[in-house]
Design a protein around this ligand. Structure first.
Ligand code: NI
Length: 177
């Protein structure tokens, strides 16, 4: 099933996602569909709230940057430790046309649950650590633009306002149905 990516202004992007509790075929199908949607949009990460589902799952595929990387699925992620701090220019499939440099820890230790319901612990650094932190923020209703200062954000204000207006219209339509 082709999934649609929701954009900035949709309230689901500001909600805290519910933990995943059922690791069944349906979840695996959703993960596959999310990987497909991420690839179609040329993204390297996609979180469930971005396709309109407020559950704690995201997919990552950094193969455009790290050759040979296979798509990964993460649920119920906890960041246990972090180390260092560095800048990286981020963007987001839900905020097209906006990008900016964000400072984040460069190395993280995480615990997550895989699609089989197995708890996994691992260490990530570089781009992978970056994407995991960006996607995990989505599960807490946080967006990368929240880290940008007012002057960096200023030129993007019209884009953000346009997206918000579009989503308000969609919402108003839904409510009158
Ligand atoms: Ni994003």
């Amino acid at each position: 099933m082709a999934l649609k990516i929701v954009t900035y202004g949709n309230p689901i992007l500001r909600q805290k996602a519910k933990p995943v509790t059922k690791f069944d075929e349906r979840l695996r199908e959703l993960a596959d569909d999310m990987i497909e949607a991420m690839h179609k949009a040329d993204g390297i990460g996609l979180a469930a709230p971005q396709i309109g589902k407020s559950i704690a799952m995201f997919v990552v595929d950094i193969s455009p940057i790290i050759e040979g990387f296979q798509p990964m699925v993460f649920t119920n992620v906890e960041i246990l430790e972090n180390e260092g701090s560095g800048p990286y220019t981020e963007g987001c499939l839900s905020i097209p046309g906006v990008s900016g440099e964000v400072l984040r820890p460069q190395k993280i230790k995480i615990r997550y649950t895989d699609l089989n319901g197995k708890t996994v612990e691992g260490v990530a650094d570089g781009v992978l650590a970056r994407v995991i932190q960006h996607e995990n923020d989505h599960l807490n209703g946080k967006l990368f633009i929240d880290y940008l200062d007012e002057s960096t954000l200023e030129p993007f204000k019209p884009v953000l306002e346009k997206l918000e207006t579009k989503n308000k219209k969609i919402l108003a339509k839904k409510n009158t149905k």
